[in-house]
Design a protein around this ligand. Sequence first.
Ligand code: BMA
Length: 338
Amino acid sequence: MAKIIGNALPNIPWQDPPAESRLPLWRYDANPIIGRDGNKRSNSVFNSAVVPFGDGFAGVFRCDSMSISMDIFAGFSKDGIHWTIDDEPIHLVGEDPEITKREYRYDPRVCYMDGKYYVTWCNGYHGPTIGIAWTEDFKTFHQLENAFLPYNRNGVLFPRKIQGRYMMMSRPSDTGHTPFGDIFVSQSEDLVYWGRHRYMMGAVKGDESAWQSLKIGPGPVPIETDEGWLLIYHGVINTCNGYVYRMGAALLDLDEPWKVKARGKDYILAPHMPYECMGDVPNVTFPCAALADAETGRIAVYYGCADTVTGLAFTTVDRLLDYIKSNSFDCTSGGEMV
Ligand code: BMA
């Protein structure tokens, strides 16, 4: 039995697994939990992140508007399933107007550390890079310097310092719909200056694990377990009908998280349901958040569906770890296995 290191979360959203399930994740039976019309002007609500907050939950949501501008909005929920999302984008304050000036903002992650909620997102600054801000109340967000130069996407923090440093995964990119992409870990002593970049793992060439053959990117803030960091990520294949986004999982070394201990060859969830296969961008399942209950080992994953709506799926730490360990592969063209 693996153990989640962290707090108990007795009010984690939950449904028991179906009697038979080939995949380690199973969907909430009333998915999607958030429709297109999550707030007043939204065209779509997806690729969004939630955390426990007060006696319920809070989150930062990607809402593309009816003019199709991409921005991030705070939202609140009592049960993690029914959400009220602000009609106005989050309020960012910061020292340098050069940095707080908005071009576009999307795909937020939220990471709780030492009394603050850190938001990372894909931030337009002469190309996509990683924005960082912190909040204590989900009302005022204090924006820090962008972590990296353009071009980069999918900045995801580890939820505590490791070996005395903050660590963040990211996926260096290009200006457009990037046709490549590997995950790196960068380190910082102050959340401003990032360096000591380490390669974690990459897309997998050939057909050994073809669903992740084009590019990969980190998803939710990783979950600490006594066996290592449990990482859920997305993997992409290029097809004659365009990109398809599926979810995978890997186990990372606790002290040197760029070292991959196990990585599943098979996906853990993929666009199979109509709301995942049809929408503004078909065939996308894109995880950005996971809640975990250290008491029971339950995990609830929030994911964007077809760039249109938000879905919820469940697993347990044991199911997920057993699955990736039993179909782990030596990804010689990807990360180093330890
Ligand atoms: C990626 C990002 C995601 C999106 C995905 C599929 O490049 O833009 O926000 O979900 O493409 O369109």
